[in-house]
Design a protein around this ligand. Sequence first.
Ligand code: 3EB
Length: 334
Amino acid sequence: MVLQFLSSQSVVSRETGGELGGALVGEPPNGAIPVWPVQRIFAPLLGATSAVVHETWRVDMPVMSGHCEGIVWRKAGGLLFGVIELDEADFKASPDCSSLQAASAEAYRRIFRLLDTEQVPHLWRVWNYLAEINLDTQGLERYRQFNIGRQDAFLEFHRGATGNVPAACAIGLVGGPLSIAFMAGETPAAPVENPRQVSAYNYPADYGPRSPTFSRAALAYLPDQELLFISGTASIVGHQTVHPGDAVGQCREAMANIEAVLAESKRQCRSQPFELGELSYRVYVRQAGDFPAIRETLALLIGQAEIVYVQADICRQDLLLEIEAMASHTLGNR
Ligand code: 3EB
């Protein structure tokens, strides 16, 4: 089986076969949205010629569809892609647990139950979006509330919250539900960490009562394919934000981090080493005004790569951008 990632600025809501899932980034579309699991990321695109980008994961074999506890999912060849959207208003807050924390824990519990049932236990990559990520409510920033709920669910399902955790991103939107998309497999992914950064799951308590549960990158395997998922990567060295207020400085530092992750992945990967120029990128920019300088900086560093720019909030108030990326290699097994 071959897994393909496609990005399109034209409408692709008609099924042509093999669609596993995807994302729709930009303005809410006028037309129909696909019937396969699609994460809706309503945030302005920057520098794009269309108002919306459709990203699709496709395989060359029949897919199975299902829905369970609010998760819409599809599965093929030992691979499962799903999307869950939860409305925080459906979760009751208590003095020691905000509705976002409760919704986050519940979303992950449902995901873990589904993965156990469908026998694709290994979470490879998770895409997390929440409204007002930097807002303080009940005395705690919402991103930190999300981190408590997420970690609780990992521990409750005996998955551990360090080491073998998925690649991820956690991004703030203006409004909308808690939205989580995930890709999981029958076989475990190999986590990759960044020697320039403290592993996020070991961040000190200055960044919240519970550490974020994600790895810097993951190498995942299909029989004939090696996938590299690089998590949201920001201008953090050690555990500290560097270049506050300097979007170009943050952009260069984030790319230095991605290069460090690539160098680490080189030591672990089974195919040819992954290189900067072959990755597909999604870049989240906090302030639209920083976009031209960031685009220029990245053009010098990575040239002609495929880059989708999105205006969105990052999980620390002082971070101005975050860059995630992925790529796939064929394995020469046969
Ligand atoms: C960082 O390195 C920046 O909480 O899932 C990047 C990727 C970040 C994933 C997450 C957070 C997450 O800490 C923020």
